[in-house]
Design a protein around this ligand. Structure first.
Ligand SMILES: *Cc1c(COP(=O)(O)O)cnc(C)c1O
Length: 334
């Protein structure tokens, strides 16, 4: 029996069609800038998102790090949400490797940062303080889509305060599909955007950082420094290109499956947060480990947490959702 893995949208298997494209990819040495497939991917995404340049990197963590290091120097500061990936889940890389001080900001329920609150954290230009340089947002944030009007406000705010604006767009395309807008309607507000190819888009590896040519030139240097310069990386970039060309519109299926799952769980009496894209958050409390092992015996994999996250993706079908709901119903009765 194949498992239904709801831990994350990172667990997808590359499809036969994707593997086929990877096998046939034209490659070269990308550290010399000579891999045609990597160059194609970088151009494709930079063009689609409205930036001068893009850079293919092994992970979203590296992509965000290079973005932060592109905007900030040693002793600079970036403003970031308390629960944001770049702050909480990237090993403190900005501080550890970039000597950039994070200033975490309490988050609003919709995944945004209150801009008045952000303003209160901006340091005066005085030698006592780190130099506040950058605001980093995340979209989607825990599956929530930041409203376009908020992005416009954030852009105006950062211009007023002479800050750069970075987007951790690991799941940018989930936001794009949910809003039904061209990607540029989101990305035009930012100075740099990081996109993961290995989340809902279903590629096995890789992220792309997009920004100005100057920012990407700096990022190329830091990518080398942190060991992210890859050689015949076109094999991987081919999967990313395939994902961007074939797996974007289908994200709507993941969103529909997540909505169906949330609705079914609510009917069963579970407490779930409102769903916007491909993530369902369920209040599991201290019963989470017991629930997780009950589900695991029925071929369903979740990460036990009090705020339990269920993520839909390419390898979760609508039939799987029914199976999952049956298991949750059985747990309720057990
Ligand atoms: C997964 C993720 C990243 C980092 O990507 P990795 O490839 O796992 O390093 C960054 N931001 C968000 C919001 C993510 O979900």
């Amino acid at each position: 029996m194949s498992l239904i893995d709801l831990r994350s949208d990172t667990v997808t298997q590359p499809t036969p069609a994707m593997r086929d494209i990877m096998a046939k990819a034209k490659v070269g040495d990308d550290v010399y800038g000579e891999d045609p497939t990597v160059l194609k991917l970088q151009h494709y995404l930079a063009d689609e998102l409205g930036f001068e340049a893009g850079l293919f990197v092994p992970s979203g963590t590296m992509s965000n790090l290079l973005g932060l290091m592109g905007h900030c120097e040693r002793g600079d500061e970036y403003l970031v949400g308390q629960l944001a990936h770049t702050y909480k889940y990237e090993g403190g890389g900005a501080a550890v490797l970039g000597s950039i001080q994070p200033q975490p900001v309490e988050m609003e329920a919709d995944g945004s940062l209150d801009l008045d609150r952000v303003a209160s954290y901006i340091k005066p230009r005085d030698f006592h303080f780190a130099r506040t340089r950058l605001l980093a947002l995340e979209n989607t944030m825990h599956g929530k889509v930041l409203p376009l009007s908020y992005l416009a406000d954030a852009r105006r705010f950062t211009h007023e305060h002479e800050l750069a604006l970075h987007l951790d767009g690991a799941r940018l395309y989930n936001a794009v599909v949910k809003l039904g807008v061209p990607p540029k309607d989101i990305t035009r507000h930012f100075d740099s955007v990081s996109v993961c190819l290995s989340k809902g888009l279903g590629a096995p590896v890789g992220s792309v950082l997009c920004g100005s040519q100057g920012l990407i030139d700096k990022a190329i240097r830091w990518r080398k420094v942190v060991g992210g310069g890859m050689r015949q990386a076109g094999v991987l970039a081919a999967a990313g290109l395939y994902a961007l060309q074939h797996n974007v519109t289908r994200l709507a299926e993941d969103h529909a499956n997540a909505a169906r799952l949330a609705e079914g769980l609510e009917k069963l009496g579970y407490t779930v947060e409102p769903v916007q894209t491909n993530m369902v958050y369920l209040a599991a409390g201290d019963k989470a480990p017991k629930l997780a092992s009950f589900l695991r015996e029925r071929g369903i994999v979740v990460s036990p947490a009090a705020r339990l996250r269920l993520v839909t993706h390419l390898d979760v079908s609508s039939a799987n959702i029914e199976t999952v709901l049956e298991a949750f119903a059985a747990y309720r009765k057990a």
